[in-house]
Design a protein around this ligand. Structure first.
Ligand code: DGT
Ligand code: MG
Ligand code: MG
Ligand code: MG
Length: 244
């Protein structure tokens, strides 16, 4: 029901297995994450009512504009069409990202609708997902350093990390492996936001060689520490207008 904001979150089904079978790099496979990002861009381009998205690991959240009338706002239609489109793009684009890796079996994505009653609730939702991205990534980075370079078994590494707090995990990475967590790729630490911004495109050249430019809305990728923070939303006033 309006005035809720509609969010659709898709998540890979049993990607624990999918990532093992397809030998994704641990803890993060850059190609696999970029494939997810390309799928999200395709979704934004296919469904103009989607104005914002955020994703990491095997999940992506898509936010529809506040006034959307897409499928009369019927949740089963919206949720199913986005999950199926996302999945078919994932399969179609697989070869682009993994030219030397066969797709061993068809992946599937689940989806659910999340209702956000206001922009503040949406920001809290996004903060929750980004927090999860960070916590999972920091844990997995420690785990696989302990296994790959620390000579521990997976079970031993899990035991070491069981009671470690966030600060302890950063210190472990720094002291044992010389890694400054904040220097690792923002793609891994922060996840990816994708939304449309106005960009100047050259559509053709005049006879005298001067370019003819047009403003076009194009899906672009952003990374930022805190997508729930004021600074991010203040910098994208157009987005706030569409959402709230
Ligand atoms: P689900 O969603 O309940 O059907 O089950 P999963 O197994 O998809 O669990 P989920 O979504 O909580 O966790 C995502 C899984 O995907 C997790 O086991 C790690 C794996 N995964 C995601 N991205 C990467 C990656 O870049 N590299 C590797 N090695 N694994 C990844
Ligand atoms: Mg999953
Ligand atoms: Mg799960
Ligand atoms: Mg997941």
């Amino acid at each position: 029901m309006p005035p809720n904001l509609i969010v659709v979150r898709v998540d890979g089904r049993n990607f624990h297995r999918f990532s093992e079978v397809h030998e994704f790099e641990k803890p993060n496979d850059e190609k696999a994450l970029n494939l997810m990002n390309q799928c999200a861009i395709a979704v934004l381009e296919e469904y103009p009512d989607i104005v914002f998205s955020y994703g990491y690991s095997d999940e992506y959240s898509f936010v529809l504009k506040k006034t959307s009338k897409f499928y009369q706002r019927r949740s089963s239609k919206i949720s199913s069409v986005i999950a199926s489109f996302f999945t078919s793009v994932y399969v179609t684009k697989w070869k682009e990202f993994f030219p030397f890796k066969e797709l061993r079996y068809p992946p599937s994505f689940l989806s659910r609708i999340v209702c956000c009653a206001s922009l503040e609730v949406l920001q809290a939702y996004l903060a929750w997902r980004q927090r999860d991205c960070h916590v999972q990534n920091q844990y997995n980075t420690c785990l696989w350093e302990l296994v790959k370079k620390g000579g521990k078994s997976k079970i031993e590494a899990q035991e070491i990390l069981k009671d470690a707090r966030e600060q302890d995990r950063n210190e472990l990475l720094h002291q044992q492996f010389g890694i400054n967590y904040n220097d690792s790729l923002a793609l891994f630490r922060q996840g990816t936001c994708i939304f449309k911004t106005e960009v100047e495109d050259i559509v053709k050249y005049n006879e005298d060689g001067t370019p003819v430019k047009r403003l076009r809305r194009k899906a672009s990728t952003f990374r930022t520490e805190n997508i729930a923070g004021k600074r991010f939303w203040n910098a994208h006033a157009g987005l706030v207008k569409e959402l709230g």
